[in-house]
Design a protein around this ligand. Structure first.
Ligand SMILES: [Zn+2]
Length: 322
């Protein structure tokens, strides 16, 4: 089965395979989880197996699978929207298609990616199909925050939650796609906390490691004013990096707490252990927790249009203050 190629999410994958093989697939599912968890990948494998005429076969070449691979299977319909939200018109188009019976197999599958962006009107419209779907219809939503959907919609959908991947699964996923040096792999896996897309972004934007080196340098030498000033200017000119600067700083202070409590094996920045150990001696646990708290508040204020330069100045005061 196509689902056999999925790395990790083993409980979910077994559940999906059982549904297909016992012919007990319901009418509506949501794959939910953080961005970058691979919701789409697993959903597409599920859909392909669902539409396949011989789902037990590996590398099946039935007409349904062949056309699915080519992107022309008429029994698979994806809602696409050129706007920021999915409006009622897109759902009406879906409903028109629902009226036609499947072509190649016993099911028709409708995929709504980014389902959270459906307008209330669109959701109410979809509700009609969810309430009385023709027997061949399966609707699949991909959602980051399923609680944001109308309760009436939620109640008609089986939510399949994706959990973060284990370290071993992350290594497997990354190593099938990239050749990464061992010392980098450790950092990438720890920093991305079980979210494959985050790891991929880290690999493709090598600049993150450079950014981390700069920040760790400053954390180690808070009195190097010249480097501080250089980095402050850099941050002011590179707005898009601010989020990552916060991620790196927070990972550093969390590591300090871990180290203080003897949990060395749980460090995100394991390869920078020596620097963390140097710095941690200047802090009490209480001070570290307070720092994390302030940094998180400051990060949030960037989301709410804080004056950018003021925000950066506060951030740098926070880095400098031991
Ligand atoms: Zn097939």
């Amino acid at each position: 089965m196509e689902l056999d190629n999925i790395i990790g999410q083993s409980a979910l994958v077994s559940q999906l395979k059982r549904l297909i093989l016992s012919n007990k697939v319901g009418h509506a599912y949501a794959f939910s989880g953080a961005p970058g968890m691979g919701k789409r990948t697993i959903a597409l494998s599920f859909i392909k197996d669902l539409l396949c005429n011989n789902p037990k076969n590996d590398n099946c070449t039935c007409i349904s699978c062949r056309t699915f691979n080519e992107g022309t299977n008429p029994d698979f319909y994806e809602v696409v929207s050129d706007k920021k939200s999915i409006g009622v018109d897109s759902i009406r188009d879906l409903q028109q298609d629902v009226a036609n019976r499947p072509t190649y197999c016993s099911k028709k599958v409708y995929l709504i990616d980014d389902a959270d962006s459906m307008t209330v009107q669109a959701q109410n419209c979809l509700l009609k199909t969810l309430e009385e779907p023709p027997e061949y219809v399966v609707i699949i939503l991909l959602s980051v925050n399923i609680e944001a959907l109308l309760p009436t919609v939620q109640s008609r959908i089986i939510n399949l939650r994706m959990n973060p991947y284990t370290k071993e699964e992350m290594v497997q996923i990354i190593c099938t796609m990239y050749s990464v040096r061992n010392e980098d792999l450790e950092f990438i896996i720890n920093f991305s906390r079980g979210i494959p897309q985050d790891a991929i972004n880290l690999i493709e934007e090598g600049s993150v490691r450079e950014l981390r080196s700069k920040i760790f340098y400053l954390l180690e030498r808070p009195s190097d004013f010249e480097q501080f000033e250089n980095f402050r200017k850099y941050a002011l000119d590179n707005k898009e990096d601010v989020h990552m600067i916060f991620d790196i700083l927070l990972s550093f202070y969390r590591d300090c707490i871990m180290l203080k409590h003897g949990m060395e094996n749980r460090l995100i920045n394991l390869d920078k252990k020596d620097i963390i150990r140097d710095v941690v001696s200047h802090y009490s646990s209480h001070k570290l927790f307070a720092k994390i708290d302030r940094l998180e508040k400051l990060r949030n204020s960037f989301r709410y249009n804080i004056n950018f330069q003021l925000g950066i100045d506060s951030l740098f005061m926070e880095i400098q203050e031991v």
